[in-house]
Design a protein around this ligand. Sequence first.
Ligand code: NDP
Length: 435
Amino acid sequence: EARNPNEPEFLQAVREVLESLQTLVEKHPEYEKNGVLERMVEPERFIQFRVSWVDDAGKVQVNRGYRVQFNSAIGPYKGGLRLHPSVNASVIKFLGFEQTFKNSLTGLPMGGGKGGSDFDPKGKSDAEIMRFCQSFMTELSKHIGQFTDVPAGDIGVGGREIGYMYGQYKRLRNEFTGVLTGKGLNWGGSLARTEATGYGLCYFTQEALQCMRSDSFEGKTVVISGSGNVAIYACQKATELGAKVVAMSDSTGYVYDPNGIDLDLMKDIKEVRRARIVEYANAKESATFTEGCKGIWTIPCDIALPCATQNELDGESAKALVANGCTVVCEGANMPSTPEAIEIFLANNVLYGPAKAANAGGVATSGLEMSQNSLRLSWTFEEVDERLKGIMKGIFHAAYDASVACDAPGNLMVGANVAGFIKVADSMIAQGIAY
Ligand code: NDP
Protein backbone atom coordinates (compact mmCIF):
# COMPACT_ATOMS: atom_id res chain seq x y z
CA GLU A 1 0.00 0.00 0.00
CA ALA A 2 2.85 2.37 0.79
CA ARG A 3 4.16 1.71 -2.69
CA ASN A 4 0.91 2.61 -4.43
CA PRO A 5 -0.57 5.58 -2.56
CA ASN A 6 -3.77 7.08 -3.98
CA GLU A 7 -4.52 3.96 -5.98
CA PRO A 8 -7.63 2.58 -4.23
CA GLU A 9 -9.01 0.66 -7.22
CA PHE A 10 -5.68 -1.03 -7.87
CA LEU A 11 -5.28 -2.00 -4.22
CA GLN A 12 -8.86 -3.31 -4.15
CA ALA A 13 -8.23 -5.58 -7.14
CA VAL A 14 -4.89 -6.84 -5.77
CA ARG A 15 -6.28 -7.48 -2.30
CA GLU A 16 -9.06 -9.67 -3.68
CA VAL A 17 -6.66 -11.78 -5.72
CA LEU A 18 -4.11 -12.20 -2.93
CA GLU A 19 -6.81 -13.31 -0.49
CA SER A 20 -8.12 -15.83 -3.01
CA LEU A 21 -4.65 -17.28 -3.52
CA GLN A 22 -3.89 -18.00 0.14
CA THR A 23 -4.75 -21.71 0.11
CA LEU A 24 -2.98 -22.33 -3.18
CA VAL A 25 0.19 -20.54 -2.10
CA GLU A 26 0.29 -22.50 1.17
CA LYS A 27 0.15 -25.73 -0.82
CA HIS A 28 2.74 -24.55 -3.37
CA PRO A 29 5.81 -22.92 -1.80
CA GLU A 30 7.43 -22.49 -5.23
CA TYR A 31 5.32 -19.39 -5.82
CA GLU A 32 6.70 -17.68 -2.76
CA LYS A 33 10.22 -18.92 -3.38
CA ASN A 34 10.24 -17.40 -6.86
CA GLY A 35 8.76 -14.09 -5.76
CA VAL A 36 5.84 -14.63 -8.09
CA LEU A 37 3.31 -12.61 -6.09
CA GLU A 38 5.62 -9.63 -5.68
CA ARG A 39 6.43 -9.66 -9.36
CA MET A 40 2.86 -10.14 -10.46
CA VAL A 41 1.55 -7.03 -8.69
CA GLU A 42 4.18 -4.81 -10.32
CA PRO A 43 3.47 -3.93 -13.98
CA GLU A 44 6.25 -4.75 -16.40
CA ARG A 45 5.87 -1.27 -17.86
CA PHE A 46 3.69 1.78 -17.22
CA ILE A 47 3.57 4.49 -19.86
CA GLN A 48 2.02 7.91 -19.36
CA PHE A 49 1.97 10.59 -22.02
CA ARG A 50 0.59 13.93 -23.10
CA VAL A 51 -2.21 13.94 -25.67
CA SER A 52 -2.75 17.39 -27.15
CA TRP A 53 -5.34 18.09 -29.81
CA VAL A 54 -7.28 21.06 -31.23
CA ASP A 55 -11.02 21.36 -30.57
CA ASP A 56 -13.61 22.70 -33.05
CA ALA A 57 -13.22 26.21 -31.63
CA GLY A 58 -9.51 26.12 -32.47
CA LYS A 59 -8.47 25.82 -28.83
CA VAL A 60 -5.65 23.50 -27.78
CA GLN A 61 -6.77 20.78 -25.36
CA VAL A 62 -4.47 18.60 -23.29
CA ASN A 63 -5.33 15.15 -21.93
CA ARG A 64 -3.33 12.43 -20.28
CA GLY A 65 -2.81 9.10 -22.04
CA TYR A 66 -1.85 5.79 -20.42
CA ARG A 67 -0.83 2.26 -21.33
CA VAL A 68 0.05 -0.31 -18.74
CA GLN A 69 1.84 -3.41 -20.00
CA PHE A 70 1.19 -5.57 -16.99
CA ASN A 71 2.28 -9.09 -17.77
CA SER A 72 3.61 -10.77 -20.91
CA ALA A 73 4.34 -14.24 -19.51
CA ILE A 74 1.84 -16.06 -21.74
CA GLY A 75 1.50 -13.78 -24.77
CA PRO A 76 1.61 -10.22 -26.09
CA TYR A 77 -0.05 -7.65 -23.83
CA LYS A 78 -3.75 -7.44 -24.60
CA GLY A 79 -6.48 -5.27 -23.16
CA GLY A 80 -8.80 -2.39 -23.96
CA LEU A 81 -8.51 1.37 -24.11
CA ARG A 82 -10.87 3.43 -21.97
CA LEU A 83 -11.84 7.04 -22.66
CA HIS A 84 -13.61 8.48 -19.62
CA PRO A 85 -12.93 11.49 -17.35
CA SER A 86 -12.52 9.13 -14.37
CA VAL A 87 -9.46 7.44 -15.92
CA ASN A 88 -6.27 7.72 -13.86
CA ALA A 89 -3.26 5.57 -13.02
CA SER A 90 -5.16 3.57 -10.38
CA VAL A 91 -8.03 2.69 -12.73
CA ILE A 92 -5.69 1.69 -15.54
CA LYS A 93 -3.56 -0.44 -13.21
CA PHE A 94 -6.52 -2.27 -11.68
CA LEU A 95 -7.86 -3.02 -15.14
CA GLY A 96 -4.46 -4.21 -16.41
CA PHE A 97 -3.92 -6.40 -13.37
CA GLU A 98 -7.32 -8.08 -13.71
CA GLN A 99 -6.81 -8.45 -17.45
CA THR A 100 -3.79 -10.69 -16.88
CA PHE A 101 -5.90 -13.30 -15.07
CA LYS A 102 -8.87 -12.93 -17.39
CA ASN A 103 -6.77 -13.48 -20.49
CA SER A 104 -5.19 -16.52 -18.93
CA LEU A 105 -8.64 -17.96 -18.19
CA THR A 106 -9.63 -17.76 -21.87
CA GLY A 107 -6.99 -20.38 -22.66
CA LEU A 108 -5.63 -18.19 -25.46
CA PRO A 109 -2.04 -16.89 -25.56
CA MET A 110 -2.56 -13.31 -24.39
CA GLY A 111 -0.76 -11.30 -21.71
CA GLY A 112 -2.37 -8.48 -19.74
CA GLY A 113 -2.48 -4.77 -20.60
CA LYS A 114 -4.83 -1.79 -20.48
CA GLY A 115 -4.82 1.86 -21.45
CA GLY A 116 -6.84 4.95 -22.10
CA SER A 117 -7.17 8.60 -21.32
CA ASP A 118 -9.10 11.04 -19.14
CA PHE A 119 -10.58 12.47 -22.36
CA ASP A 120 -14.38 12.78 -22.16
CA PRO A 121 -15.99 11.75 -25.46
CA LYS A 122 -19.41 13.05 -24.41
CA GLY A 123 -20.57 16.04 -26.39
CA LYS A 124 -17.52 15.97 -28.69
CA SER A 125 -18.01 16.25 -32.44
CA ASP A 126 -16.96 13.46 -34.73
CA ALA A 127 -14.04 15.58 -35.96
CA GLU A 128 -12.87 16.19 -32.37
CA ILE A 129 -13.03 12.46 -31.61
CA MET A 130 -10.94 11.81 -34.72
CA ARG A 131 -8.30 14.40 -33.86
CA PHE A 132 -8.04 13.11 -30.32
CA CYS A 133 -7.71 9.49 -31.46
CA GLN A 134 -5.02 10.43 -33.98
CA SER A 135 -3.00 12.33 -31.41
CA PHE A 136 -3.41 9.53 -28.86
CA MET A 137 -2.25 6.91 -31.36
CA THR A 138 0.71 9.00 -32.49
CA GLU A 139 2.33 8.33 -29.13
CA LEU A 140 0.77 4.94 -28.40
CA SER A 141 2.05 3.55 -31.72
CA LYS A 142 5.60 3.64 -30.32
CA HIS A 143 4.71 1.09 -27.69
CA ILE A 144 2.38 -1.41 -29.39
CA GLY A 145 2.52 -3.90 -32.26
CA GLN A 146 0.88 -7.14 -33.37
CA PHE A 147 3.50 -9.22 -31.49
CA THR A 148 4.01 -6.78 -28.60
CA ASP A 149 0.76 -5.26 -27.42
CA VAL A 150 -2.67 -5.36 -29.07
CA PRO A 151 -5.21 -2.87 -27.64
CA ALA A 152 -9.01 -3.06 -28.07
CA GLY A 153 -12.09 -1.06 -27.03
CA ASP A 154 -13.55 -0.43 -23.59
CA ILE A 155 -15.73 2.34 -22.12
CA GLY A 156 -15.91 5.19 -24.64
CA VAL A 157 -14.02 3.24 -27.32
CA GLY A 158 -16.13 1.44 -29.91
CA GLY A 159 -15.89 0.80 -33.64
CA ARG A 160 -15.59 4.48 -34.56
CA GLU A 161 -12.66 5.18 -32.26
CA ILE A 162 -10.85 1.94 -33.16
CA GLY A 163 -11.20 3.01 -36.82
CA TYR A 164 -9.58 6.40 -36.29
CA MET A 165 -6.80 4.88 -34.20
CA TYR A 166 -6.15 2.08 -36.68
CA GLY A 167 -6.01 4.55 -39.57
CA GLN A 168 -3.42 6.62 -37.75
CA TYR A 169 -1.31 3.58 -36.80
CA LYS A 170 -1.29 2.39 -40.39
CA ARG A 171 -0.29 5.83 -41.61
CA LEU A 172 2.59 6.07 -39.15
CA ARG A 173 3.92 2.55 -39.73
CA ASN A 174 2.92 1.91 -43.33
CA GLU A 175 1.88 -1.60 -42.46
CA PHE A 176 -1.45 -3.39 -42.32
CA THR A 177 -1.36 -5.63 -39.26
CA GLY A 178 -3.69 -6.84 -36.55
CA VAL A 179 -2.41 -4.30 -34.03
CA LEU A 180 -5.89 -3.48 -32.70
CA THR A 181 -8.98 -5.63 -32.26
CA GLY A 182 -12.59 -4.57 -32.59
CA LYS A 183 -11.81 -3.46 -36.15
CA GLY A 184 -14.47 -2.95 -38.85
CA LEU A 185 -15.49 -6.04 -40.80
CA ASN A 186 -14.09 -4.65 -44.07
CA TRP A 187 -10.59 -4.20 -42.66
CA GLY A 188 -9.74 -7.17 -40.49
CA GLY A 189 -12.46 -7.20 -37.84
CA SER A 190 -14.15 -10.36 -36.61
CA LEU A 191 -17.82 -11.15 -36.83
CA ALA A 192 -19.39 -11.41 -33.35
CA ARG A 193 -16.74 -9.23 -31.69
CA THR A 194 -19.30 -6.46 -31.06
CA GLU A 195 -21.66 -8.92 -29.41
CA ALA A 196 -18.99 -11.00 -27.68
CA THR A 197 -18.78 -9.61 -24.13
CA GLY A 198 -22.54 -9.45 -23.60
CA TYR A 199 -23.18 -12.80 -25.28
CA GLY A 200 -20.26 -14.39 -23.43
CA LEU A 201 -21.61 -13.11 -20.11
CA CYS A 202 -24.90 -14.88 -20.79
CA TYR A 203 -23.21 -18.10 -21.94
CA PHE A 204 -21.17 -18.13 -18.75
CA THR A 205 -24.23 -17.43 -16.59
CA GLN A 206 -26.28 -20.07 -18.38
CA GLU A 207 -23.59 -22.71 -17.87
CA ALA A 208 -23.21 -21.79 -14.20
CA LEU A 209 -26.98 -21.90 -13.70
CA GLN A 210 -27.18 -25.28 -15.36
CA CYS A 211 -24.29 -26.88 -13.49
CA MET A 212 -24.75 -25.34 -10.06
CA ARG A 213 -28.53 -24.92 -9.90
CA SER A 214 -30.00 -27.14 -12.64
CA ASP A 215 -31.64 -23.94 -13.86
CA SER A 216 -31.51 -21.50 -16.80
CA PHE A 217 -32.45 -17.99 -17.98
CA GLU A 218 -35.87 -19.26 -19.05
CA GLY A 219 -38.66 -17.25 -17.41
CA LYS A 220 -36.29 -15.17 -15.25
CA THR A 221 -36.51 -11.44 -14.59
CA VAL A 222 -33.21 -9.69 -15.26
CA VAL A 223 -31.83 -6.24 -14.38
CA ILE A 224 -28.85 -4.95 -16.38
CA SER A 225 -26.98 -1.77 -15.52
CA GLY A 226 -25.40 0.30 -18.28
CA SER A 227 -26.60 0.62 -21.85
CA GLY A 228 -23.31 0.45 -23.69
CA ASN A 229 -21.70 -2.30 -25.71
CA VAL A 230 -21.72 -4.96 -23.00
CA ALA A 231 -25.18 -4.17 -21.60
CA ILE A 232 -26.94 -4.08 -24.99
CA TYR A 233 -25.72 -7.49 -26.15
CA ALA A 234 -26.24 -9.04 -22.72
CA CYS A 235 -29.83 -7.84 -22.97
CA GLN A 236 -30.18 -9.36 -26.42
CA LYS A 237 -28.82 -12.78 -25.46
CA ALA A 238 -30.63 -12.98 -22.11
CA THR A 239 -33.89 -12.23 -23.95
CA GLU A 240 -33.09 -14.85 -26.59
CA LEU A 241 -32.51 -17.37 -23.80
CA GLY A 242 -36.01 -16.76 -22.48
CA ALA A 243 -35.50 -14.11 -19.82
CA LYS A 244 -37.21 -10.73 -19.49
CA VAL A 245 -34.88 -7.75 -19.01
CA VAL A 246 -36.86 -5.09 -17.15
CA ALA A 247 -34.30 -2.34 -16.52
CA MET A 248 -31.18 -0.69 -17.97
CA SER A 249 -29.27 2.48 -17.07
CA ASP A 250 -26.68 5.06 -18.03
CA SER A 251 -24.80 7.57 -15.89
CA THR A 252 -27.88 9.84 -15.64
CA GLY A 253 -30.36 7.24 -14.35
CA TYR A 254 -32.30 4.10 -15.19
CA VAL A 255 -35.40 3.03 -17.06
CA TYR A 256 -37.81 0.39 -15.82
CA ASP A 257 -40.01 -1.32 -18.37
CA PRO A 258 -42.14 -4.13 -16.90
CA ASN A 259 -42.99 -5.30 -20.43
CA GLY A 260 -39.32 -6.06 -21.12
CA ILE A 261 -36.77 -3.72 -22.72
CA ASP A 262 -37.44 -2.98 -26.39
CA LEU A 263 -33.90 -3.52 -27.63
CA ASP A 264 -34.39 -1.98 -31.09
CA LEU A 265 -35.45 1.25 -29.45
CA MET A 266 -32.57 1.09 -26.95
CA LYS A 267 -30.05 0.44 -29.73
CA ASP A 268 -31.39 3.33 -31.77
CA ILE A 269 -31.04 5.69 -28.79
CA LYS A 270 -27.62 4.45 -27.69
CA GLU A 271 -25.84 3.22 -30.83
CA VAL A 272 -27.30 5.50 -33.50
CA ARG A 273 -28.32 8.73 -31.76
CA ARG A 274 -25.84 8.48 -28.86
CA ALA A 275 -28.55 10.05 -26.67
CA ARG A 276 -29.44 9.82 -22.96
CA ILE A 277 -31.51 6.94 -21.62
CA VAL A 278 -34.46 9.17 -20.63
CA GLU A 279 -35.33 9.12 -24.35
CA TYR A 280 -36.41 5.51 -23.91
CA ALA A 281 -39.06 6.44 -21.35
CA ASN A 282 -40.12 9.40 -23.49
CA ALA A 283 -40.75 7.06 -26.40
CA LYS A 284 -42.30 4.15 -24.48
CA GLU A 285 -45.48 4.40 -22.50
CA SER A 286 -44.84 1.31 -20.39
CA ALA A 287 -41.46 2.63 -19.17
CA THR A 288 -40.47 5.01 -16.39
CA PHE A 289 -37.22 6.93 -15.95
CA THR A 290 -35.61 7.51 -12.54
CA GLU A 291 -32.70 9.87 -12.04
CA GLY A 292 -29.52 8.44 -10.49
CA CYS A 293 -28.14 5.03 -11.43
CA LYS A 294 -27.85 3.30 -8.04
CA GLY A 295 -31.60 2.84 -7.63
CA ILE A 296 -31.62 0.25 -10.38
CA TRP A 297 -30.60 -2.39 -7.80
CA THR A 298 -33.82 -1.86 -5.84
CA ILE A 299 -35.86 -3.33 -8.70
CA PRO A 300 -36.84 -6.92 -7.88
CA CYS A 301 -35.16 -9.47 -10.15
CA ASP A 302 -33.91 -13.05 -10.26
CA ILE A 303 -30.65 -12.24 -12.04
CA ALA A 304 -28.59 -9.04 -11.90
CA LEU A 305 -25.95 -8.31 -14.55
CA PRO A 306 -23.93 -5.19 -13.68
CA CYS A 307 -22.51 -3.94 -17.01
CA ALA A 308 -21.60 -0.27 -16.44
CA THR A 309 -18.46 0.42 -14.40
CA GLN A 310 -16.32 -0.30 -11.31
CA ASN A 311 -17.86 -0.14 -7.83
CA GLU A 312 -21.34 0.59 -9.15
CA LEU A 313 -22.89 -2.01 -6.84
CA ASP A 314 -22.18 -1.44 -3.12
CA GLY A 315 -23.13 -3.27 0.08
CA GLU A 316 -26.44 -1.47 0.42
CA SER A 317 -27.41 -2.34 -3.16
CA ALA A 318 -26.34 -5.95 -2.63
CA LYS A 319 -28.62 -6.16 0.42
CA ALA A 320 -31.52 -4.75 -1.59
CA LEU A 321 -30.96 -7.30 -4.36
CA VAL A 322 -30.87 -10.22 -1.92
CA ALA A 323 -33.90 -8.96 0.02
CA ASN A 324 -35.85 -8.80 -3.25
CA GLY A 325 -35.05 -12.40 -4.14
CA CYS A 326 -32.11 -12.04 -6.52
CA THR A 327 -30.08 -15.27 -6.51
CA VAL A 328 -27.62 -14.72 -9.38
CA VAL A 329 -25.15 -11.87 -9.98
CA CYS A 330 -22.75 -12.16 -12.89
CA GLU A 331 -20.49 -9.26 -13.79
CA GLY A 332 -20.28 -7.80 -17.30
CA ALA A 333 -18.38 -4.72 -16.14
CA ASN A 334 -14.94 -4.88 -14.53
CA MET A 335 -15.04 -4.93 -10.71
CA PRO A 336 -18.61 -3.56 -10.52
CA SER A 337 -19.25 -5.02 -7.04
CA THR A 338 -17.52 -3.55 -4.00
CA PRO A 339 -15.84 -5.99 -1.57
CA GLU A 340 -18.79 -5.48 0.83
CA ALA A 341 -21.26 -6.42 -1.91
CA ILE A 342 -19.32 -9.59 -2.76
CA GLU A 343 -19.29 -10.59 0.89
CA ILE A 344 -23.07 -10.22 1.02
CA PHE A 345 -23.51 -12.31 -2.13
CA LEU A 346 -21.31 -15.11 -0.82
CA ALA A 347 -22.95 -15.07 2.63
CA ASN A 348 -26.40 -15.37 1.05
CA ASN A 349 -25.62 -18.17 -1.35
CA VAL A 350 -25.98 -15.93 -4.40
CA LEU A 351 -24.46 -17.50 -7.52
CA TYR A 352 -21.72 -14.89 -7.99
CA GLY A 353 -19.85 -14.84 -11.32
CA PRO A 354 -16.84 -12.50 -11.04
CA ALA A 355 -15.90 -10.21 -13.91
CA LYS A 356 -12.61 -11.79 -14.86
CA ALA A 357 -14.43 -15.01 -15.65
CA ALA A 358 -17.88 -13.79 -16.68
CA ASN A 359 -16.87 -10.96 -19.03
CA ALA A 360 -13.88 -12.66 -20.66
CA GLY A 361 -15.85 -13.29 -23.86
CA GLY A 362 -14.85 -9.91 -25.27
CA VAL A 363 -11.13 -10.43 -25.03
CA ALA A 364 -11.50 -14.09 -26.03
CA THR A 365 -13.13 -13.00 -29.27
CA SER A 366 -10.43 -10.38 -29.70
CA GLY A 367 -8.03 -13.30 -29.47
CA LEU A 368 -10.02 -15.02 -32.21
CA GLU A 369 -9.79 -11.81 -34.27
CA MET A 370 -5.99 -11.98 -33.91
CA SER A 371 -6.03 -15.61 -35.05
CA GLN A 372 -8.08 -14.72 -38.13
CA ASN A 373 -5.74 -11.81 -38.93
CA SER A 374 -2.74 -14.14 -38.73
CA LEU A 375 -4.46 -16.68 -40.95
CA ARG A 376 -5.68 -13.91 -43.30
CA LEU A 377 -9.10 -15.53 -43.13
CA SER A 378 -12.50 -14.58 -41.75
CA TRP A 379 -14.67 -17.08 -39.96
CA THR A 380 -18.48 -16.98 -40.12
CA PHE A 381 -20.55 -15.52 -37.31
CA GLU A 382 -21.66 -19.02 -36.30
CA GLU A 383 -18.09 -20.28 -36.19
CA VAL A 384 -16.90 -17.46 -33.92
CA ASP A 385 -20.03 -17.69 -31.76
CA GLU A 386 -19.53 -21.45 -31.30
CA ARG A 387 -15.92 -20.96 -30.24
CA LEU A 388 -17.02 -18.19 -27.86
CA LYS A 389 -19.60 -20.50 -26.32
CA GLY A 390 -16.98 -23.23 -25.86
CA ILE A 391 -14.54 -20.79 -24.27
CA MET A 392 -17.12 -19.43 -21.81
CA LYS A 393 -18.16 -22.92 -20.77
CA GLY A 394 -14.50 -23.81 -20.35
CA ILE A 395 -13.93 -20.75 -18.16
CA PHE A 396 -16.83 -21.66 -15.90
CA HIS A 397 -15.54 -25.19 -15.44
CA ALA A 398 -11.95 -24.07 -14.87
CA ALA A 399 -13.14 -21.65 -12.17
CA TYR A 400 -15.49 -24.17 -10.61
CA ASP A 401 -12.90 -26.95 -10.53
CA ALA A 402 -10.29 -24.63 -9.02
CA SER A 403 -12.76 -23.58 -6.33
CA VAL A 404 -13.18 -27.25 -5.38
CA ALA A 405 -9.42 -27.83 -5.38
CA CYS A 406 -8.96 -24.86 -3.05
CA ASP A 407 -11.54 -26.05 -0.52
CA ALA A 408 -14.01 -23.34 -1.51
CA PRO A 409 -16.45 -25.28 -3.68
CA GLY A 410 -18.71 -23.04 -5.72
CA ASN A 411 -16.83 -19.87 -4.83
CA LEU A 412 -16.16 -18.73 -8.40
CA MET A 413 -14.23 -15.67 -7.26
CA VAL A 414 -11.59 -17.83 -5.60
CA GLY A 415 -11.77 -20.30 -8.48
CA ALA A 416 -11.30 -17.71 -11.22
CA ASN A 417 -8.40 -16.05 -9.43
CA VAL A 418 -6.66 -19.35 -8.81
CA ALA A 419 -7.25 -20.82 -12.29
CA GLY A 420 -6.12 -17.58 -13.97
CA PHE A 421 -3.07 -17.32 -11.73
CA ILE A 422 -1.56 -20.79 -12.13
CA LYS A 423 -0.81 -20.62 -15.85
CA VAL A 424 0.74 -17.14 -15.60
CA ALA A 425 2.69 -17.96 -12.44
CA ASP A 426 4.12 -21.22 -13.80
CA SER A 427 5.12 -19.43 -17.02
CA MET A 428 6.87 -16.71 -15.05
CA ILE A 429 8.82 -19.30 -13.09
CA ALA A 430 9.77 -21.15 -16.27
CA GLN A 431 11.03 -17.93 -17.86
CA GLY A 432 13.31 -16.97 -14.97
CA ILE A 433 13.31 -13.99 -12.68
CA ALA A 434 14.90 -11.33 -14.81
CA TYR A 435 11.73 -9.28 -14.91
P1 NDP B 1 -19.61 1.63 -23.15
O1 NDP B 1 -18.87 2.91 -23.20
O2 NDP B 1 -20.15 1.06 -24.40
O3 NDP B 1 -20.83 1.75 -22.12
C1 NDP B 1 -20.62 2.05 -20.77
C2 NDP B 1 -21.97 2.12 -20.10
O4 NDP B 1 -21.78 2.24 -18.71
C3 NDP B 1 -22.77 3.32 -20.52
O5 NDP B 1 -24.14 3.05 -20.42
C4 NDP B 1 -22.34 4.36 -19.50
O6 NDP B 1 -23.27 5.41 -19.31
C5 NDP B 1 -22.22 3.52 -18.25
N1 NDP B 1 -21.21 4.12 -17.38
C6 NDP B 1 -19.91 4.30 -17.65
N2 NDP B 1 -19.29 4.91 -16.62
C7 NDP B 1 -20.23 5.11 -15.71
C8 NDP B 1 -20.22 5.69 -14.42
N3 NDP B 1 -19.09 6.21 -13.89
N4 NDP B 1 -21.38 5.70 -13.74
C9 NDP B 1 -22.52 5.19 -14.26
N5 NDP B 1 -22.58 4.64 -15.48
C10 NDP B 1 -21.46 4.60 -16.18
O7 NDP B 1 -18.63 0.60 -22.44
P2 NDP B 1 -18.66 -0.99 -22.42
O8 NDP B 1 -20.06 -1.48 -22.47
O9 NDP B 1 -17.68 -1.46 -23.42
O10 NDP B 1 -18.04 -1.31 -20.99
C11 NDP B 1 -18.84 -1.47 -19.80
C12 NDP B 1 -18.05 -2.25 -18.77
O11 NDP B 1 -17.71 -3.54 -19.30
C13 NDP B 1 -16.71 -1.64 -18.34
O12 NDP B 1 -16.47 -1.93 -16.98
C14 NDP B 1 -15.72 -2.36 -19.22
O13 NDP B 1 -14.41 -2.34 -18.66
C15 NDP B 1 -16.32 -3.75 -19.22
N6 NDP B 1 -15.87 -4.63 -20.30
C16 NDP B 1 -16.03 -4.29 -21.62
C17 NDP B 1 -15.63 -5.15 -22.61
C18 NDP B 1 -15.89 -4.87 -24.05
O14 NDP B 1 -15.64 -5.77 -24.87
N7 NDP B 1 -16.40 -3.72 -24.43
C19 NDP B 1 -14.95 -6.41 -22.30
C20 NDP B 1 -14.88 -6.72 -20.90
C21 NDP B 1 -15.31 -5.83 -19.95
P3 NDP B 1 -22.96 6.87 -19.96
O15 NDP B 1 -23.11 6.68 -21.43
O16 NDP B 1 -23.99 7.76 -19.35
O17 NDP B 1 -21.56 7.21 -19.55
